[in-house]
Design a protein around this ligand. Structure first.
Ligand code: UD1
Ligand code: CA
Length: 458
């Protein structure tokens, strides 16, 4: 198999985004935009990928930290796409084979399409092959000029096109395959004598034709795929299309998605069969959800591992948490990072948890804050319980043994331990450790003043 390297152009700022963040780092379905074409190039068999970076170079580089196949090439000044590719070539010194050239702002591009382009390019021993598409509204794109016999002869940019050329609907996607010898040998031949005074990569097509080399165009059936994101309207459109693809994949794997148009699942999330996702959910951050779960409407889940048969009720927020099997959460519960819930745990409405472990079968059904706590199994946490974990300077731990019953409206002033099988009476403020099998009670004795109301209200 002939070797393949890729160049991804991403030095431009993306002015039309009107953003402090460079365009290619805007997230689309959970990944920075540029990660999508990079993944497509990788999946198409590219083992070296050179990113041409300029604006916010450190941030773009940072998005790929640790990726062994990524190299970065600096383009200090953006003098055009031809100049950008010439900046990448040093990183490809000694490489021979096919060079795939992509842009960082095409998140919809699929590796299957790149594979077809590659097969077409290699099968025809072409020097250069461009991926094109027919557009109803080709405005702004470079147009593909063919001779009367249909052979590609050059690409003309919008700003350089005469009225007749502007009528052409076949556009340049900005995605190319090039033979490395041709690319290295001819990139220096590109000039900047055009309407924008830029070095146009597209000039390589005319150069190939002039030299009698094979220059081809492959039309893609799906014009959506090559859509470049230039502004936030197109960003939303691209995200919508990716969402559809992701949701479709989950549905074909056995997940019921009640309303795919209002379900936001990021790339990389896994969901088991027979799980049902209701409208308005957001699931991201590498979450893994088991089989047979029910995720009710308006739930937001990031970075969680959720076992089989869990029930996450409406409007709950789960972050960085791990749930066993048959766990019920919500409605309107908030699991914050570091929450670990055993099998059959129940977390009810208006309960907030943070950095806690809760053993099998334990319950906190209503209006509770549990932070920095280790809770055993079969524990009942009554309504209104609060772990007072913060003294204004440090966080302290609460430890509750198995089979403990905490009554309603209890404050556990940490650090404190409640031994196994004890009962903490309603309204108690626990400030000293409770031994196992005990009753803890701290209440001001009640006083009844008979007739008091009658004296106040004659
Ligand atoms: C380019 C093509 C056009 C094609 C269109 C498809 C040229 C001359 N034109 O036009 O035929 O229809 O893409 O979207 O190639 N970049 C750099 N350094 C530079 C210039 C650009 O890295 O000096 C990067 C940009 O960040 C961007 C990509 O190259 O990711 C495309 O550049 P852009 O200026 O958007 O090219 P277009 O004018 O859209
Ligand atoms: Ca563009």
């Amino acid at each position: 198999m002939e070797s393949l390297a890729s160049v991804v152009l991403a030095a431009g700022k993306g002015t039309r985004m009107k953003s402090g963040l460079i365009k290619v780092l805007h997230p689309v379905a959970g990944l920075p935009m540029i990660a999508w074409p990079v993944a497509a190039a990788r999946d198409a068999g590219s083992d070296t990928i050179v990113l041409v970076i300029g604006h916010q170079a450190t941030a773009v580089q940072g998005a790929f930290r640790g990726a062994a196949d990524i190299r970065c090439a600096m383009q200090e000044e953006q003098l055009g796409t031809g100049h950008a590719v010439s900046c990448a070539l040093e990183a490809l010194t000694g490489f021979r084979g096919t060079v795939l050239i992509l842009c960082g702002d095409t998140p919809l591009l699929r590796s299957e399409t790149l594979q077809s382009l590659l097969a077409f390019h290699r099968g025809n021993l072409a020097a250069v092959t461009v991926l094109t598409a027919l557009m109803d509204d080709p405005y702004g794109y470079g147009r593909v000029i063919r001779d009367p016999s249909g052979r590609v002869i050059r690409i003309v940019e919008q700003k350089d096109a005469d009225p007749e050329e502007q009528e052409i609907r076949e556009i340049n996607s900005g995605i190319y395959c090039m033979d490395s010898d041709f690319l290295f040998g001819n990139i220096g031949g590109i000039g900047n004598d055009n309407a924008q005074g830029e070095y146009y990569l597209t000039d390589l097509l005319a150069i190939a034709v002039r030299k009698g080399l094979t220059c081809l165009a492959l039309q893609t059936a799906d014009a959506d795929e090559i859509m470049g994101v230039n502004d936030r309207v197109q960003l939303a459109e691209a995200a919508r299309i990716l969402r559809r693809r992701i949701n479709r994949e989950h549905m074909l794997n056995g997940v019921t998605i009640i309303d795919p148009d209002s379900t936001y699942i990021d790339q990389g999330v896994t969901i088991g069969a027979d799980t049902t996702i209701h409208p308005g959910c957001r699931i991201g951050g590498g979450t893994a959800i088991g089989n047979g779960c029910e995720i009710e409407g308006g739930v937001s889940i990031t970075g969680c591992r959720i076992g089989d048969d869990c029930h996450i009720k409406a409007a709950s927020v789960l972050e960085g948490s791990e749930l066993g099997e048959d766990v019920a959460v919500g409605p309107m519960a908030h699991l914050r990072p570091g929450t670990t819930l055993g099998n059959k745990v129940k977390i009810g409405n208006f309960v907030e948890t943070k950095k806690i472990v809760m053993g099998k079968g334990s319950k906190a059904s209503h209006l509770t804050y549990l932070g920095d706590a280790e809770i055993g199994s079969n524990v009942n946490i009554g309504c209104g319980t609060i772990t007072c974990n913060y003294d204004g300077v440090n966080k302290h731990r609460t430890v509750i043994g198995d089979d403990v019953f905490i009554g309603s409206d209890v404050q556990l002033v940490a650090p404190v331990t409640v031994g196994r099988n004890s009962l903490v009476a309603a309204g108690t403020t626990v400030t000293i450790d409770v031994p196992p099998d005990s009753l803890a009670l701290s209440r001001t004795p009640q006083v009844n003043k008979e007739g008091w109301r009658l004296k106040k209200k004659p």
